[in-house]
Design a protein around this ligand. Structure first.
Ligand SMILES: [Zn+2]
Length: 452
C-alpha cells in the first residue's frame, strides 16, 4: 500500500482514499500572468508522477487543478500593457498548457477557473460573515483565524507563534496579523463582481476551497502543492472549510523547493527561470528524469550541468530500448516490478526506483551483448513498464510513423508475402519501399521500415 508523508500529521502514513480504487486530488494550479517557471515545472511533474503511479496501480484518479484567472498580478500586468485582464489570463493559460504538454504532464480532469466560481465564493464568504468567523473592513472582508481552534496545523506552529511572527502592515485594519482576505473591494477600473460588501473580487484562498469542495466533495483524498503553499495558502483554505463544518483534504502532500545556483528559487530573488526556455534548450524529458532522481520532498537544484547529465542518462535508456527492439518481445519481470512497487509505495522513493531502472538497463545491455535475447527482451519490457508508470517516454527503434500509412501497409503486405513464401513478391515490395526512401530491415517482429 502507498505510504505518503502527510504535512498535517508530520509523518509518513498510509494513503487511504475515502473510496478504495478512486482517488480525488486537488493540486493548486497557476496564476496566469506570466510564463511558467521552474518551480511550476517541479510541482506539476511531482503530482503528475503521483497521479500516473496511482493510475498504473489500477486507481481511477480525478485530478483537479485550478486556473487563477483573476488576481492582483494579472491586473497589474493588464494595466501596464493597457489590455483587459481576461486577455492576459487567456494568453498565459495557453502558454501554460503548451509547457505542460511539452513536459508530458497530463491535463487535469477538471481545470476550474476562478472567475467561473465567483457566485459560490460570495455565498461562502456571506456564510462565514453570518457565522461570525469573518468581518468586513474598509478594503474587504477578512477571515478571523482565531475562530479555528487548530489554526496552524499545516504550518506546524501555534496561532500565537504565527501571530508573533507575522508582519503587521502600517495601514492594516485587520484584527490579527494572521487574518486573511476573503474578499477584496475593487479600486476604480479594476475587474469586479457584485457582492453584499460592494463590487470586488475573491481572495485566492477562497477560490481553492470552493472549487475543491465543489468538484471533489467533502473529505476528498489529497491536496497538494509546493512546500511554500502549505502556509498560509493551504492553512487558510482549510480554515474556511473547518469553520463551515466541512471535512476537507484527508492527506496533505507538499513538494520541496527548486534551487537555482544554490539559492531557493523565488520571485523576490529574481532568479526564476522560464520553463519554456529549459524545454527549448534541452530534451523536454530531462526535467522529469531529474525530478524522478530526487525525492519529491527534497530541494532540487536545476542547472545546465545536471540537465545535461539527465539528457545523457536518457540517451542510455533510449539506446537500450532501441537495441532491445531487435529481439522478440517478452513479458516484464514480475519480481523486478514488485521491487519497483515496494520503492514507490515507500513515500514515492523515485530515486531508488530509478537506480533500479538503470541497473536493469545495464543488465539488459549485457544480456544483448551475450545474445541472451529472452533476458534482454524481458528487461526491456520491465524498463518500459516502470518508466511508463511515471510518464517517462522511452524511445523505440525508429520505424515509420503512423503518418506513413501507405508505406506501413506495403511492409505488412511484404510480411504476408514472406509468410506465404512468395519471395519474388516480397522482393518487389522491398524495392518499392526503398524507392519511397525507406530503409527496410527484417526483424523477428517482421518488416521494420525507417526513413533512410
Ligand atoms: Zn490553492
Amino acid at each position: 500500500m502507498l505510504q505518503l508523508f502527510d504535512t498535517a500529521q508530520g509523518r509518513v502514513v498510509p494513503f487511504e482514499p475515502r473510496r478504495p480504487g478512486q482517488v480525488s486530488m486537488y493540486v493548486c494550479g497557476p496564476t496566469v500572468y506570466g510564463p511558467p517557471h521552474l518551480g511550476h515545472g517541479r510541482f506539476s511533474l511531482v503530482f503528475d508522477v503521483l497521479r500516473r503511479y496511482l493510475e498504473w496501480g489500477g486507481n481511477e484518479v480525478v485530478y483537479v487543478s485550478n486556473i487563477t484567472d483573476i488576481d492582483d498580478k494579472i491586473i497589474e500586468r493588464a494595466n501596464a500593457e493597457g489590455r483587459p485582464a481576461a486577455e492576459i489570463a487567456r494568453r498565459c493559460e495557453k502558454v501554460w498548457y503548451k509547457a505542460m504538454d511539452a513536459i508530458n504532464v497530463k491535463r487535469p480532469t477538471h481545470d476550474p477557473h476562478a472567475t467561473a466560481y465567483v457566485g459560490q465564493m460570495v455565498a461562502l464568504v456571506t456564510d462565514l460573515v453570518d457565522r461570525g468567523d469573518a468581518y468586513e473592513t474598509a478594503d474587504g472582508v477578512y477571515f478571523s483565524a482565531q475562530s479555528v481552534s487548530d489554526y496552524g496545523l499545516l504550518a506546524r506552529q501555534s496561532i500565537d507563534s504565527l501571530q508573533a511572527g507575522a508582519r503587521v502592515e502600517a495601514n492594516d485594519d485587520k484584527r490579527s496579523p494572521v487574518d486573511f482576505a476573503l474578499w477584496k473591494k475593487a479600486k476604480p477600473g479594476e475587474p469586479s463582481w457584485p457582492s453584499p460588501w460592494g463590487d470586488g473580487r475573491p481572495g485566492w484562498h477562497t477560490e481553492c476551497v470552493v472549487m475543491a469542495l465543489d468538484l471533489l466533495g467533502d473529505g476528498f483524498d489529497l491536496h497538494g502543492g509546493g512546500q511554500d503553499l502549505a502556509f498560509p495558502h493551504h492553512e487558510n483554505e482549510r480554515a474556511q472549510a473547518v469553520a463551515e463544518g466541512r471535512a476537507f483534504a484527508r492527506h496533505w502532500v507538499h513538494n520541496g523547493f527548486v534551487e537555482v545556483e544554490g539559492e531557493k528559487m523565488s520571485k523576490s530573488l529574481g532568479n526564476f527561470t522560464n520553463l519554456l526556455d529549459l524545454i527549448d534548450s534541452s530534451d523536454p524529458r530531462a526535467y522529469r528524469l531529474l525530478v524522478l532522481r530526487s525525492h519529491y520532498r527534497s530541494p532540487i537544484e536545476i542547472n545546465p550541468t545536471n540537465i545535461e547529465a539527465a539528457a545523457e542518462s536518457l540517451k542510455r535508456l533510449d539506446g537500450f530500448s532501441r537495441r532491445a527492439d531487435e529481439v522478440l518481445a517478452q513479458p516484464p519481470d514480475p519480481a523486478a516490478l514488485d521491487e519497483f512497487r515496494r520503492l514507490m509505495d515507500d513515500d514515492l522513493n523515485t530515486p531508488g526506483a530509478f537506480a533500479l531502472v538503470f541497473n536493469l538497463v545495464r543488465d539488459g545491455n549485457r544480456a544483448l551483448d551475450a545474445q541472451d535475447d529472452v533476458t534482454a527482451g524481458m528487461l526491456a519490457a520491465t524498463v518500459r513498464e516502470m518508466t511508463g508508470a511515471v510518464g517517462l517516454d522511452v524511445e523505440r527503434a525508429p520505424t515509420a510513423s503512423t503518418g506513413d500509412t501507405a508505406a506501413l501497409s506495403l511492409a505488412r503486405q511484404r510480411d504476408d508475402a514472406r509468410a506465404a513464401k512468395e519471395w519474388d513478391r516480397a522482393d518487389a515490395l522491398r524495392v518499392e519501399l526503398e524507392d519511397l526512401g525507406y530503409v527496410v530491415e527484417d526483424t523477428p517482429k517482421g518488416t521494420q521500415i525507417r526513413k533512410g
